[in-house]
Design a protein around this ligand. Structure first.
Ligand code: PGA
Length: 258
């Protein structure tokens, strides 16, 4: 299986989100060998998008999740609330959360554990080095710290799978993605590390790449067996581009009989 995750960030209101969800659904109709498509809209439109997608094979995800189960936490949205509105996935630790909103590894770990252990939702941990770390030849060290802080001492429940989105900060919303070779090597590194930390089997660990994925470059990533899917920002807001991205995934699935 290949996964196509669409991160709509803070771009669309209700009308635009519903229209985009409808348009995306239309383009997927009738496709066999489909990748698993998950849409991550803003909190305020989750319910409307859920209704639109109700009879499709697409799934719904949230862009973040509260650290606590319930209580006086103004502005937070809990895992139960997200479950209630139909989310099956939640991003945790996106670099925009880490950098703009100062979320530390500790906060991210708390969010991850809350989603993992207190709800039926699958958390998607986002990791990735900054340009400074890459230039200092410390990309693996940096990503390793982000991963260890989340998985150290955590038992992954049997019914859950591990999803990690590797998104180098310098490649997000940029003119170019990371190189396929660098991504493959980082994905292999991440998988080994997660296996060591959690004892989870290979086929329950999924590593996605994110950062300037578009209709033209996506195939080169998806055809690599180390790349289980992609997390797409900008290009997921354009129906035509997103359709081509899904089509590339379908081509890979058909060619490789996944
Ligand atoms: P981008 O964003 O595809 O626009 O680079 C990816 C992300 O931030 O998840």
């Amino acid at each position: 299986m290949k996964y196509i995750f669409a991160n709509w960030k803070m771009h669309l209101g209700i009308r635009e989100s519903v229209a985009l969800a409808r348009a995306v659904m239309q383009t997927l109709r009738g496709e066999d060998d489909m990748p698993q498509v998950v849409i991550f809209p803003s909190f305020t439109v989750l319910n409307d998008v859920r209704k639109v997608m109700a009879r499709s094979r697409m799934k719904l995800g949230a862009q973040n999740c509260g650290t606590e189960k319930k209580g006086a936490f103004t502005g937070e949205v809990s895992a139960h609330m997200l479950e209630d509105v139909g989310c099956q996935y939640a991003l945790v630790g996106h670099s925009e959360r880490r950098i703009i909103f100062s979320e530390t590894n500790e906060i991210v770990a708390k969010r991850y554990k809350t989603v993992l252990l207190e709800s039926k939702i699958t958390p998607v941990l986002c990791v990735g080095e900054t340009l400074v770390e890459r230039q200092a030849d410390n990309a693996q060290g940096y990503v390793s710290e982000q991963i260890v802080s989340v998985f150290n001492g955590v038992r992954i429940p049997r019914q859950k799978e591990v999803f990690i989105a590797y998104e180098p900060v310098w490649a997000i919303g940029a003119s170019q993605p990371a190189s396929v070779a660098d991504v493959v090597s980082m994905h292999s590194f991440i998988k080994e590390l997660v296996k060591k930390l959690t004892d989870v089997a290979d086929n329950r660990i999924h590593i996605l790449y994110g950062g300037s994925i578009d209709a033209k470059n996506v195939y080169a990533f998806l055809r690599e067996k180390q790349v289980d899917g992609v997390l797409v920002g900008g290009a997921s807001l354009k129906v035509k581009d997103f359709e081509l991205i899904v089509k590339s995934a379908t081509d890979v699935i058909t060619a490789q009989e996944l």
